[in-house]
Ligand binder design. Sequence first.
Ligand code: SPV
Ligand code: MG
Length: 546
Amino acid sequence: MKKTTRFKQLLTSPTLEFLCEAHNGLSAKIAEEAGFPGIWASGLSISAQFGVRDSNEASWTQVLEVLEFMSDATTVPILLDGDTGYGNFNNMRRLVRKLEQRGVAAVCIEDKLFPKTNSFVHGTAQPLADMEEFCGKIKAGKDAQTDPDFCIIARVEAFIAGWGLKEALRRAEAYRRAGADGILIHSALSVPDEVLAFKKEWGDRLPVVIVPTKYYTTPTEVFRQAGFSIVIWANHLLRSALLAMQKTAATLYREQNLLSIEDRIAPVSEVFRLQGQEELDRAERLYLPASGRKVEAIVLAAARGTELGDLTVEKPKTMVEVGGQPILSHIVDGYNGAGIKEITVVRGYRKEKVDLPNLRFVDNDAYGETGELWSLKLALDSLRTLDPKNEKEEKDLIVSYGDVLFRTYILQILLDSDADYTIVVDVNWQESRNRGRFADFTQCSEPFSRLRFGNPVGLVRMSPSLPLEQIHGEWMGFLRVRSSKVQEFHTQVDRLVCEDGGKQLRMHDLLNRLVTEGTEVRVLYTTGNWMDVDSVEDLILAAQFV
Ligand code: SPV
Ligand code: MG
């Protein structure tokens, strides 16, 4: 249903309806969430949130801007407190057209002079508009609207200005004849006498709206019995926010810390919820290119690295310094350089020494008896508990090692891959082989030398003891799993570690299993740009590398 139609229904329905004040998108949303079927865009509140007076100090286009945010943030109709219409009949026409364009359902204009004064300021010293001139403004507004359900409420300020019931009725009748859809009868008394007297004489000639700010002690049932159409709670969100802000500011200033207020204010997550952050997250996943995709990394760093001897008595290999900072710190820099901040490090040996900032840690306390796969399982389990809604499915995953240094370029080519599983393979494998060092040698569907541009290459088998003639390269220790496959990957890891001897398995066992079960593990060939720190000799080379 159109917002205009909905407002007209509220105005003309036989039941008493309630509108709640709002003064920006956030408060409008709060009012709607509370259950209000409509919103009063209060002139007092909107000017106050700007920090100016309710005397047309904010321009009408500034008010319009606020209204647009309010309208966008809500689905219920908005009745604008349009003051005096911001000028004469001509300004009123333009106002109505603009309100319709911005999705505002109705406007209320009051029979005072521009610039207006709030009805509760200056007592009864409030000059009223010429009645005929005001009627022309109503007519002009009605003629300007293109939606037949757009409503114009005429606000009678006769009581506010110290005129009596007779003048109020005379004006209300003139405004009805001019085409108003409803009358707002205002009173500054602390009792409802004026509005009740008006309603009694007026009857049901047009729906009547009231604003009981001053006669707030009147039971609502009195308004219902009297047959009013709408009650407006005109400024109460602004006033409650104001008091809360004053208290918080004073406390913060006095105490110079956040401890005593944190539990008494809305959590940041509530701000995000009201802003609709979740919708944006969904849209980003739908529309942003892959480079904007979220990626998380797991760094397997539980091993001691006994080959480094004394260097790894006090700390694990990943914390051994290269070029003045721990290996892990270089790894983190590499990830950060590719825009990847969510990094989970699996620690084991001397875990307390692995304490760099901005990392998540998962501990494999059985690091001595288990293999890499067990560490990986622990990390995947922990990410799932962090993210029970399984948004992880939306994040790509990169797994790498705590002793492998690399250039960010490696991550970039991995992230550009369109395969579900991708590994990076160095075609310069001979050196590792000649030096007899441990390496994950790979056999691929196509050797690099015979590769034709554009042809995807897949992993066939990976093993540290691959026959020479089958070796096409050396795995650099990077695996990227596409977001949509992370859950399946986790299940596969879980299954494998449960098999006999599963806890001792290594990453290449997992990759081989994926391949034998028919999963394509895409190979990206490259050379250099990485190094594996296994020996003291490697440490010297690593210093040059970083
Ligand atoms: C407003 O909310 O700005 C109003 C109602 O006009 S009152 O302040 O009561 O006049
Ligand atoms: Mg007002």
